[in-house]
Design a protein around this ligand. Structure first.
Ligand code: SF4
Length: 453
């Protein structure tokens, strides 16, 4: 039975493979970037998922080990100079926080826009953006078994306290859910909520079950534990208890869904993950899978086709391909929307109907989840066809709209309406903050927080 061992900046040289393989330059880069973006991996990832014979190109190495290119040259040089010059902890922290604030720490306006209130109390551990689904950030679930280098939730892991969502108190959440009769789902998210011990999780789940909220039909967990620590469902001391808890949700007549995060088919290659999937499925829970599309990790149609195929074989349901978010190391991971769409459709063409449950490529942007349907030509104009899969206003969903074709566009705020229109149809309610404004922000001419409000 493997015992969990985390590796961070503090102890990563205890990893024999890192000592043997990483050059001086790579170690220094890891230290520099790891002072800005969070770095954590673990013994399962290192021993069973990474192929160290080709680690520089290994997708799981890139997924968990920061590297130089993940910061802009200016940011890298600034932090490198501080470390080389022997700067003390407070100074390093100051520089790190300054850089972090320039990396759009809360994309899609999450911090200010989606936090609801009840009885005049702000529910700082809750986000409610889409009518049916309430996101819940339990305070003990704000970390993960390892950190993804592309993670858009990175501010939660680096001590930017004012940006943390976390809340212990389930009573208010229950009250809030009861006040929202159209909310059918609660999604436990983090970090990774399944990092919580079963006994902690049980308190939350049992309170929800006992509250008998008539509108609550599904409990969901957003998790990467299947990929980073499948032992959570197999051999951890409270693994069996967790599965009993899943069963309890099912027995209470609710749907239990794991929104499992897999970025590459290699994460599905071990016996341990297959065993974990099978044990979860035996409880009656359904595992749906999702991932962003990212340069250097999964930017080929074959990788996606293989991943969806493997997922279906073990009994998971392919669910989402996301576009890399406009935060953190986006410049390193992002692909143009057109390329993402081409990869999606080529992968989709290679799998049978049962894997075509997947949707994408989808941008989780301020107004909603915007899917790139494709590139087309209408009345002589080359355009992107788009639609909302989810919208801040439910009425926006599945209404096709069109943007001017731009081969370099990587996010919604790069797009402009087609056919000479000034605004997309939803912009009367929710204007898109376009790149021109963001550039101004990056040049320091616009207060970031004010801009997001
Ligand atoms: S597992 Fe999810 S929350 Fe955790 S670092 Fe990866 S993407 Fe972020």
């Amino acid at each position: 039975m493997k015992k969990y061992q985390a590796y961070t900046l503090r102890n990563y040289l205890d990893i024999p493979q890192a000592r043997v393989h990483l050059s001086e330059e790579e170690r220094f880069a890891l230290e520099v970037v790891g002072h800005v973006l969070p770095f954590k991996t673990n013994n399962y990832v290192v021993e069973e998922l990474i192929d160290w014979s080709r680690y520089r190109d290994d997708p799981i190495f890139i997924l968990t080990f920061p590297r130089k290119e993940m910061l802009s040259p200016e940011h890298f040089d600034e932090m490198a100079a501080a470390i080389r010059g022997g700067a003390g902890k407070p100074e390093i922290r100051l520089i790190a926080n300054k850089i972090r604030m320039e990396l759009n720490p809360h994309p899609a306006g999450q911090l200010s826009r989606n936090v609801p209130a009840i009885d005049g109390v702000k529910l700082t551990g809750v986000q409610h953006k889409y009518r049916e689904t309430v996101l819940f950030f339990p305070s003990q679930g704000q970390t993960c078994h390892a950190y993804c280098t592309f993670c858009f939730r990175w501010p939660q892991f680096v001590g930017m306290n004012e940006l943390k969502f976390a809340m212990r108190d389930t009573e208010l959440v229950i009250k809030y859910l009861k006040s929202q009769p159209l909310a059918t789902d609660i999604l436990f998210t983090g970090g990774d909520p399944l990092i919580m011990k079963t006994k902690v999780l049980r308190t939350y789940i049992e309170s929800l079950i006992d509250a008998r909220i008539p509108n609550l039909r599904s409990i969901r967990f957003g998790t990467k534990a299947l990929s980073y620590w499948p032992q959570r469902f197999t051999s951890d001391e409270d693994a069996d208890g967790l599965l009993r808890l899943f069963e309890k949700v099912r027995k209470a007549g609710m749907h239990l869904a794991l929104m499992a995060h897999f970025n590459h088919p290699n994460e599905l290659k071990t016996e341990e993950v297959r065993k974990a999937v099978s044990r979860i499925r035996n409880t009656g829970a359904i595992i749906r899978t999702q991932s962003p599309i990212m340069r250097h990790i999964n930017d080929k149609a074959e990788i996606w086709a293989q991943m969806w195929q493997k997922q279906v074989e073990v009994g998971c349901v392919p669910y989402y391909m996301f576009v890399a978010r406009d935060t953190g190391a986006q410049h390193y991971f992002a692909l143009p929307l057109e390329e993402a769409w081409n990869i999606f459709r080529k992968a989709y063409q290679q799998v049978s109907g049962i894997a075509r449950t997947v949707r994408g490529p989808s941008m989780s942007a301020g107004p909603g989840k915007v899917q790139v349907l494709g590139v087309s030509e209408i009345a002589g104009e080359k355009v992107f066809a788009l639609q909302f899969i989810q919208g801040r206003n439910p009425d926006w969903v599945r209404r096709p709209f069109f943007a001017r074709y731009d081969p370099e566009a990587i996010w919604l705020n790069d797009l402009y309406p087609a056919f000479g229109k000034e605004k997309f149809f939803f912009e009367t309610e929710f204007p898109v903050q376009r790149k021109a404004m963001l550039n101004l922000r990056q040049a320091g001419g616009l207060n970031y927080k004010a801009a997001m409000n």
